[in-house]
Ligand binder design. Structure first.
Ligand code: GTP
Ligand code: SPV
Ligand code: MN
Length: 603
């Protein structure tokens, strides 16, 4: 404590310690010794299990409490003074109610525990756009994760100096009971309270709580954007580098697209970020993005040497695995790792699996925490204080039906409409049913810290300041055939879609108009060598007007929830969509080719 010269920080720490009564306070400096100390403590008490040091040097397994395995959206609250400011898509709790209902849970919650104070920087340390936060936590596992996910310790204290401008996060494991679990955000006080969970976005407060929920409010107030987006640069065979930011809901492919290993020759990929983008209008009229994070908290399941060799390489050292299965040779295993597990493998809870077991061995939301520096495709731009210039924005969802592989918005406002009406099937990243289609505007449903009607307006306002706005696209890697098989191979083959987008951005790829937007003209997207069969183009790009007419009705219902806060421009885009659908219906039998029975069945 004596090390701290920042008065606002010392006072705040003291006030939290008074309530939580830890037996010890450690202000983390981020040093190697400090980490070694934490690790040996966690190895001793079983919070970490050391993995095979030859195959996975300096890697660990952590098993979370079985009732604490994913974000819990129903226990996550925006505590703004006014309910309208949180809007219809957020759970709201008044600050007064939070003080009387949630704060008492922190009383003496750290008794007998160590309180860690973790100062961190979000963004490149030298960037004027970076922000400092401090998380107080009683979980050493959280500290070890923050050390990978953020630039933490002394470096952050130096950046903060004697300023009192930092996000204040208080986290305690509490008793881990979902009945006493709350994740509360106070946008007006730049404060987060989280109790009762040690998992992911519930507990690593820098991530969703700070860099999205609070930062989105700050961004609205200050004229920038805080988004649930990956950032990736693609250099094409002509040597042009094009940067994209892509918003897909949780569990819908951001990490994988950020690290793709292109299947087409002559392309190079630069990974800048895999989950969050902070974007500003540059003096050149373009949108510039930084990745506030320094590591990846990525989904293990489905990651293998074919789908994502870069991630496999990144996790081969200095990685914390959470809730994966463990093979007898102390190597991690998960479904879709590419090989069968060894006999004697134990599941994510540490239990030996029965031979006829049906449930997966790794938890579907099992994750790895790995440094971005260890990703072979990481780009130098990740440390660029100004960020990278974004030429394409991609919205995408997981939809077995309806949404074609890719289409392009006809204008920025139309792109905002596409983002606002994004629908995706739920995944294991949050608790609750999976595979349920729900509105997830701009992939921010669980992460926008204010009224989403105002959020759409903010996007439109940003556009007015962009003299060179990015093109906006919509993708769906997850369309399936009648038997439930993915129509599109995805992963490294997604470069074919990016190639078309790059062509559109630079004006050298053709498109065909549909009621939704522009899809690739048949000859302008390379589908060769995929073994896709003759009808593939039609299957991938089919736009079923009748189904979209009902979908548009659903858009209207959803958008009406925002009442007067919904910008007129979004309503105008809705009207334009209805008009296009109507016009296409009246001319359809003249212009549309006959559809095969298989395509019809995709309604
Ligand atoms: P969060 O970390 O929760 O925000 O998820 P994310 O958006 O980063 O998703 P991620 O890249 O981890 O992918 C989620 C799941 O979808 C994993 O099981 C992937 O293997 C799978 N996936 C990713 N990209 C593709 C793709 O192009 N095609 C198919 N079929 N599956 C994919
Ligand atoms: C997400 O759910 O979008 C994640 C994982 O990135 S978590 O950090 O748990 O929110
Ligand atoms: Mn995410």
């Amino acid at each position: 404590m004596g090390l701290l010269s920042n008065e606002a920080l010392s006072q705040w720490i003291e006030s939290i310690a008074c309530v939580t009564t830890p037996s010890r306070i450690v202000v983390c400096d981020g040093s190697a010794e400090e980490l070694a100390d934490l690790e040996s403590k966690m190895l001793a008490d079983g919070a970490l299990i050391a993995l095979n040091p030859e195959r996975f040097p300096h890697c660990f397994l952590h098993r979370s409490h079985p009732s604490d395995v994913a974000r819990t959206e129903q226990l996550t609250f925006i505590c703004s003074e006014s309910r309208e400011d949180a809007g219809p898509t957020n759970n709201w709790m008044s600050p007064a109610e939070a003080r009387s209902r949630v704060w008492p849970l922190f009383s003496r919650c750290m008794a007998g525990r160590t309180m860690y104070v973790v100062p961190y920087v979000m963004g490149p340390v030298a960037s004027p756009f970076s922000r400092v936060g401090v998380e107080i936590t009683d979980s050493p596992y959280v500290v070890a994760n923050l050390r990978i996910m953020t630039r933490m310790g002394e470096i952050a204290l130096r950046k903060l100096g004697d300023s009192s401008d930092f996000v204040r996060g208080v986290h305690s494991l509490g008793d881990l009971s979902p009945d006493r679990r709350f994740i509360c955000h106070f946008p007006e006080a730049a404060t987060i309270w989280s109790i009762g969970s040690g998992y992911g976005g519930n507990a690593l407060l820098s991530k969703k709580c700070h860099a999205l929920r609070l930062a989105s409010v700050q961004a609205r107030n200050e004229g920038w954007l805080a988004e649930h987006m990956l950032i990736v640069g693609i250099t094409d065979p002509r040597g042009r580098t094009t940067y994209f930011a892509a918003a897909f809901p949780s569990g819908c492919g951001k990490t994988n697209l950020a690290m793709l290993v292109p299947s087409l020759p002559g392309y190079q990929v630069e990974t800048i970020g895999d989950d969050i983008a902070w974007m500003r209008v540059g003096s050149d009229g373009r949108l510039w993005a930084i990745n506030p994070e320094a590591g990846m908290f990525g989904i293990a399941v489905g990651t293998n040497m074919k789908t994502n060799p870069s991630a496999m390489s990144a996790v081969s050292r200095d990685t914390i695995f959470t809730n994966v299965a463990l093979q007898p040779d102390m190597t991690p295993w998960w479904e879709g790792i590419g090989e069968a597990c060894a006999e004697g493998t134990v599941d994510w809870r540490g239990q030996v699996s029965e031979p006829d077991r049906k449930e997966p061995l790794a938890h579907p939301n099992a994750r790895y925490t790995a440094s971005a520096r260890h990703c072979p495709s990481v780009g130098l731009g990740i440390e660029n204080p100004a960020g990278v210039p974004i030429s394409g924005i991609i919205f995408g969802g997981r939809r077995a039906r309806l949404a074609p592989l890719v289409f392009e918005a006809m204008s920025f406002a139309h792109g905002v409409y596409l983002g606002a009406t994004l629908v995706s099937e739920t995944t294991a990243a949050a608790t609750g049913k999976t595979g349920v289609a729900r509105h997830d505007p701009m992939a921010m449903l669980p992460f926008c810290g204010y009224n989403m009607g105002d959020y759409f307006r903010h996007w439109l306002d940003i556009c007015k300041r962009l003299s060179r706005p990015p093109k906006i696209f919509h993708v769906n890697w997850f369309r399936t055939d009648q038997d439930g098989h993915f129509l599109w191979p995805g992963y490294g083959e997604n470069i074919r879609v990016l190639e078309w987008m790059i062509g559109r951005i630079h004006g050298d790829a053709d498109a065909r108009a549909t009621v939704l937007g522009r899809v690739p003209a048949p000859a302008s997207i390379d589908l060769s060598g995929l073994g896709l069969g003759d009808g593939a183009y039609d299957e991938l790009f089919e736009v079923d007007r009748d189904a979209w007419a009902s979908e548009a009705e659903e858009h209207r219902r959803f958008l009406s929830e925002f009442g007067p806060r919904l910008p007129d421009a979004v309503l105008r885009e809705h009207a334009a969509l209805l008009k296009r659908i109507e016009a296409a219906r009246s001319t359809s039998f003249v212009r549309e080719p006959r559809r095969s029975p298989r395509q019809v069945s995709m309604k």
